[in-house]
Every structure is written in structure tokens, then in C-alpha cells.
Design a protein around this ligand. Structure first.
Ligand code: PLP
Length: 411
């Protein structure tokens, strides 16, 4: 018997389990609607034209190398990332209240946030939406933080439970942390309206809570970066007098850089009395963030950061990227309509309008765990048991097949 013998076996990650079963499945056709990664209309991963062009420029540059980045990351990435998130004319930027460091994609940014909370606000509860991306709980609890839940999804009519959400904000101990999905909520694909965001953020401000925005899909919900940053920018406006704001930004989906792990963590320091020395507060925070990054990854990953920085700073590439985001988001919208229309044409029992009303990569279909299991066993159509389908996995060649499979399991 050794000290290793009693280590508990944990269940495999649900999503990666699906990926494995899918790749071992020899049936044809088979359809993967599990993992949230964009596929083109032939079902293949897509390298964005803006990424290809950026890579070419980087490799042709005579100063090309693989040196270490600085601890806080590539400045052209963090400054460009901050501009698209907060806007060109952001007041917080003008007032120099934004601190940005590069992270290992969105998860790495969430991890930096969790580490920061565990060091400085250990006693605070982190409120997560029900449902949410399952890894949220993991990331915060692994740092010893306690999580709680706020209602979000109203199952009966597939709408936002605004009343429940607001009640939770009111009931939470003042100064709690609320994790908010900036846009394209995962898994439901349902975002608050602009008006509802106003209500939510006003209530958060009233209670002096801290907003933590998780922005993993900017540009994916509407195809437009500014539109998709609405909630974050409104939050910055409404909360700047109240509390710090944390933003975790991923470039996995909107630049298609999934495996390259490009992201940023931003912290907005609240406005202070004129007598307070904000510079020294920022210096202290920067030093703590540098220690977190240094102790965990030493310096951030360079290659993907250089590609994204090029796209953000070279106007012709930025323009191409904007087109690429429209290509992705409009293909997904088209597939939503196609799936809904096929289900309606088949007379599949139920109302399927939520599929077109939701946005982003996912649709929370309303299919039960039993139906999902049957989709996999009888039709080789794979999705997570919650009924969340990655619409990016649909294409002109398989959408009718998927609709017929859904029709069969629903009846
Ligand atoms: N947050 C949400 C809501 C997500 O859906 C994801 C990815 O699926 C992430 C964060 C983090 O993704 P990544 O670490 O690949 O940037």
C-alpha cells in the first residue's frame, strides 16, 4: 500500500467524454453537437482568414522569434483587448482605472480572478447563474471559495427569470460577487435585454456587489463587438462609483484560437475621492497580479497572443476579422432557422421558436436527458445531457438528419 492508493477517482469531464465516444463511434452519419467550437458548413474546424493573414505577417517579420513575453503579457494584446471590450472612448480608460494582464484564455482569466478573490476577499460568496458553464464552480471552489446560485432560466417558458435573479441580488450579503455572462449565455443562449441589464446592474450597484463579467463570446452573439460588449460597458458605467469590476476575456471563440489559449484579465478600479492615491493602489494590485502569474505560468503564452495582437492593431486585419465574425455568427443563425423550420415541417410536438430566439454558440433545446441518450444511442447525434446543443455542429448536410432524429426521440 502506498500513499497513492486511496486517491479518489473523479468522473470524467462530461464534454470531453462525449468527444471521446463520438470519435470512437463508427456509425455514419454521426453528428457532434457537444463541444462549443465553431465548424464550417462542411463540419470542419475553421482557421479564420484574418488569423492566416496575421500568421503570415508574423512569420515574415525579420525580427520573428520565440522569446519570453513579460509577466503581464504582450502590451499590444492587452491594450487592443481592452479597447474592444470597453470601447475606444471608454471613460474608465481615459481615467486610467483599467488594469489588464494576459491570461491563458478565458479559463486562465477566471482562474486569476479566483486566485485574487481567494487572497483578498476570501469570505465573499461567488454567485453563479443556474444553469451555468459547469467549470465556473470548479474554478472558484478549487481556490477555496464558496459559490452560491442565482436563478436565471425559467424552464416553463424558456425565458429569463428576472424576478428570481433580482431577488437573489437583493438577498445576497452586501459586497458579494456576481458572475455575469457578458453575452451569449452558456448554456442557455438567452441574454437579458438591454432594459433587463439596466435593472440587474442597478440592483447590483444598490447592494454594493462586485460584478465579474465572463466574456467568452464577444462577437459571436450578434457578429458585432460593440453590441456584444453592451452589458460590460453598462456595468462599468453603473458600478464605477461603487465597487471594482472584473472582466475575463477569451479569444478562443471569436478568433477561433481555442487551443492557443489567448485571453485577458481586466480589473477596473472604482473612482475614488481626490485625496486617494489611485496610482499606488494600482501599483499594489499590479504587483499582486504579477506574483500570481509568475508563480503559476511564469510568463504567458506568446504565439497566439502575437496573432491576436496583430489582428487587433492592423486595420486591414481588424476589418477582415469583423467579416470573419459575421461569417461565423450568421452561419449559426442560419442553422438555428433551418433546424427550427425542419422541426416545424415535421410537425414535431412542441414549440421550437426558442432555437431561433437564443443566440451565440448554443441552444438550450429543452430535450430531456433520456431524449439526449436516445439521440446518441439510436442516431449517433451527440450533445450534453442538459439538452444543450452546439449549433455550430450543424450544417446544410446534417441539419435535416438531426431534425428527424429529434423528431423521433420527442414523439
Ligand atoms: N466561460 C464560458 C461561459 C465558456 O463557455 C467558456 C468556454 O467554453 C469559457 C469561459 C472559457 O473558454 P476558454 O478557456 O477556452 O477561453
Amino acid at each position: 500500500k502506498t500513499i497513492l492508493n486511496n486517491i479518489e477517482l473523479l468522473p470524467a469531464d462530461a464534454l470531453f467524454g462525449i468527444k471521446q465516444r463520438f470519435s470512437q463511434d463508427n456509425r455514419e452519419p454521426k453528428v457532434d453537437l457537444g463541444i462549443g467550437a465553431y465548424r464550417d458548413n462542411t463540419g470542419k474546424p475553421w482557421v479564420l482568414p484574418s488569423v492566416k493573414a496575421a500568421e503570415k505577417l508574423i512569420q515574415e517579420d525579420p525580427t520573428y522569434n520565440h522569446e519570453y513575453l513579460s509577466i503581464s503579457g504582450l502590451p499590444q494584446l492587452t491594450s487592443g483587448a481592452s479597447k474592444i471590450m470597453f470601447g475606444e472612448d471608454s471613460t474608465a480608460a481615459k481615467e486610467k482605472r483599467i488594469i489588464s494582464v494576459q491570461s491563458l484564455s478565458g479559463t486562465g482569466a477566471l482562474h486569476i480572478a479566483a486566485k485574487f478573490f481567494s487572497l483578498f476577499f476570501k469570505e465573499k460568496l461567488v454567485y453563479l447563474s443556474t444553469p451555468t458553464w459547469p467549470n465556473h464552480k470548479n474554478v472558484f471552489e478549487t481556490q477555496g471559495l464558496k459559490t452560491s446560485a442565482y436563478p436565471y432560466w425559467n424552464d416553463a417558458d424558456k425565458s429569463l427569470d428576472l424576478e428570481g435573479f433580482v431577488r437573489s441580488i437583493k438577498d445576497a450579503p452586501s459586497g458579494s460577487i456576481f458572475l455575469l455572462h457578458a453575452c451569449a449565455h452558456n448554456p442557455t443562449g438567452l441574454d437579458p435585454t438591454k432594459e433587463q441589464w439596466g435593472t440587474i446592474l442597478d440592483e447590483i450597484a444598490k447592494k454594493g456587489h462586485i460584478a465579474l463579467f465572463d466574456s467568452a463570446y464577444q462577437g459571436f452573439a450578434s457578429g458585432d463587438l460593440d453590441n456584444d460588449a453592451f452589458a460590460v460597458r453598462l456595468g462599468v458605467e453603473k458600478l464605477s462609483e461603487v465597487s471594482p469590476i472584473f472582466i475575463c476575456q477569451s479569444f478562443a471563440k471569436n478568433v477561433g484560437m481555442y487551443g492557443e489559449r489567448v485571453g485577458c484579465f481586466h480589473l477596473i478600479v472604482p473612482r475614488q475621492e481626490p485625496s486617494v492615491d489611485v496610482d499606488s493602489i494600482k501599483k499594489a494590485i499590479n504587483s499582486q497580479l504579477a506574483k500570481i502569474v509568475r508563480s503559476e505560468v511564469s510568463t504567458p503564452a506568446a504565439y497566439g497572443a502575437k496573432i491576436v495582437a496583430k489582428i487587433l492593431n492592423e486595420p486591414s486585419l481588424t476589418q477582415q476579422w469583423h467579416k470573419d465574425m459575421v461569417t461565423m455568427s450568421s452561419r449559426i443563425t442560419k442553422m438555428r432557422h433551418s433546424l427550427r423550420d425542419h422541426l416545424v415541417a415535421l410537425g414535431t410536438p412542441g414549440n421550437w421558436d426558442h432555437i431561433v430566439n437564443q443566440c451565440g454558440m448554443f441552444s438550450y433545446t429543452g430535450l430531456t436527458a433520456e431524449m439526449v441518450a436516445r439521440l446518441e444511442s439510436n442516431h449517433a447525434v451527440y450533445l450534453v445531457s442538459s439538452g444543450r446543443a452546439s449549433i455550430a455542429g450543424l450544417n446544410d448536410g446534417n441539419v435535416e438528419y438531426v431534425a428527424k432524429a429529434i423528431d423521433e426521440v420527442v414523439r
